[in-house]
Design a protein around this ligand. Structure first.
Ligand code: NAP
Ligand code: HSE
Length: 434
């Protein structure tokens, strides 16, 4: 590697995050130069539509629609990928690394699916790839897992890593809103996209959990390995009953060591109200890491937005730029173990909340309890909630003791086949904290 006195940056994308990065590289150029030991300058900006008006006007001549203008530019030492999506972002990242350019990316989809391969290629080519903004936006969690907690064994990771769904759930919980109304409000405020599938179905959270568990457990975890349920089945009633029972409901991303492997799951969960994670509200994110040495460590803050995400991207950029100026080749951030696999969801043991709509008749409870008893599922509490005397229907809510996931899924099938059961309202797992 040759001596360098300045660092050139190629920016792929100039939307919400790219616009922020371009602005901060300009507005905080002296600070960044001081941190790095030399100037850090934008050398090119890739966009789709060069005519689009932007939140920040970059210096003339930098905008291009041709990736080769950036990749073939010898002055570009670091490529910052903030385009999003898999294609063509993955291709551009791989090409950049192959050409010996360092990469900063905010792309959770690419890192969740291809992170280990990208990092392996980077190691071979002697370049750095950093991706702090890919999980929890402006809240540091990637660097702590790679660096600050490196002497620890990670036991569990619990995250609220999707701000949009946390906003929706907060509205449903605090204001009794239905899912659709809360979603509309999140869309009106610009949190949820017109097509909210990635957020409300837990896809975004699964990407982020795949990244966190790969780093935390040194295991190859892809988004497709993550068991996933979204928030669309939750109703205002679930929040009301959970509240009466002393619980909040959150969309949790959970990873833990289990039977020599890792269990990775994203689903709504009941959390006791006195637990810190139960009180992370609105669009905020939080990740709690349970470790053997440091104990439980909580990272809490903004998970998205132009400036918080720019903060994370710029930190990665400064980190690499320092190494470029100092001519340092840093060691690979992690080495993965091939022997740590993902454990099946059927091995989970936890407590469950079950809401059922049943016929109002003698013996209904008894039939349901018999099914649960036969499958070794013990009931902690059972409450008959609303009655509709005219329709002869009632709603019952059961809380179980710890039970096996396979058993509860079996029980659900048998219960839904009973003539006296109109509908399985919801099954929500209870997440316990020590
Ligand atoms: P965005 O506002 O949609 O901006 C995307 C930018 O990439 C636009 O400038 C677009 O060009 C450009 N682009 C997209 N596809 C392209 C292509 N094929 N060729 C050339 N340019 C292309 O996205 P964003 O919100 O900034 O997000 C960027 C990344 O950061 C994503 O990976 C996202 O998940 C991640 N992230 C975002 C946030 C957040 O708060 N927004 C938080 C954390 C992580 P045009 O402008 O010409 O359309
Ligand atoms: N859509 C994500 C969220 C933001 O709502 O948290 C980017 O990761």
């Amino acid at each position: 590697m040759s001596e360098k006195s300045s660092v050139g940056v190629g920016l792929l994308g100039m939307g919400v995050v790219g616009g922020g990065v371009a602005r901060i590289l300009s507005e905080k150029s002296s600070l960044i130069q001081g941190l790095v030991g030399g100037p850090v300058a934008l050398e090119g900006i890739l966009v789709r539509d060069p005519q689009r008006s932007r939140s920040f006007d970059p210096p003339d001549g930098l905008i291009t629609t041709d990736i080769d203008d950036i990749l073939s530019n010898q002055k570009v030492d670091i490529v910052v990928e903030v385009m999003g999506g898999q294609d063509p972002a993955l291709d551009y990242i791989l090409k950049s690394i192959t050409l010996g350019k360092h990469v900063v990316t905010a792309n959770k989809e690419v890192m969740a699916r291809h992170g280990p391969d990208i990092l392996t290629l980077a190691r071979k080519k002697g370049v750095q790839v950093l991706f702090e903004a890919s999980v929890a936006g402006g809240t540091p969690i990637i660097a702590p897992l790679i660096r600050d907690l490196v002497a620890n064994e990670i036991i569990t990771i619990h995250g609220i890593v999707n701000g949009t769904t946390n906003y929706i759930l907060t509205k449903m919980s605090k204001e009794g809103m239905g899912f659709e109304d809360a979603l509309k409000e999140a869309q009106a405020l610009g949190y949820a996209e017109a097509d909210p599938t990635n957020d409300v179905e837990g896809i975004d959270a699964a990407y982020k959990l795949a990244i966190l568990s790969t780093l935390g457990f040194r295991a190859r975890v892809k988004d497709e390995d993550v068991y996933r349920e979204g928030i669309t089945r939750l109703t205002a009633k679930d929040f009301q009953y959970a509240d009466e029972l002393g619980y909040a409901i959150k969309l949790l991303a959970i990873a833990g060591k289990e039977n020599g492997g890792v269990q990775v799951r994203v689903h709504p969960a009941l959390i006791r109200k006195d637990v810190m994670m139960a009180n992370v509200d609105g669009v905020l994110n939080a990740v709690e890491v349970q470790t053997d040495l440091a104990g439980r460590v909580l990272f809490h803050g903004p998970g998205a937005g132009d400036m918080p995400t720019t903060s994370a991207v710029t930190a990665d950029l400064v980190d690499i730029a320092r190494n470029v100026i100092g001519n340092v080749v840093p060691p690979a951030p992690i080495v993965l173990s091939e022997s740590i696999g993902v454990r099946p969801m059927s091995e989970l043991e936890t407590k469950y909340y079950l809401r059922l709509n049943v016929m109002e008749r003698p013996g209904v409870f008894a039939q349901i309890l018999r099914i649960l008893g036969d499958l070794q599922i013990s009931i902690a509490s059972a409450i008959q909630k609303e009655n509709d005397d005219e329709a002869q229907r009632a709603e019952i809510v059961l809380m179980t003791h710890r039970a096996g996931e396979a058993a509860i899924q079996n029980a659900l099938k048998l219960i839904s086949d009973l003539d006296v059961v109109n509908e399985i309202g919801n099954l929500i797992r209870v997440e316990e904290w020590d």
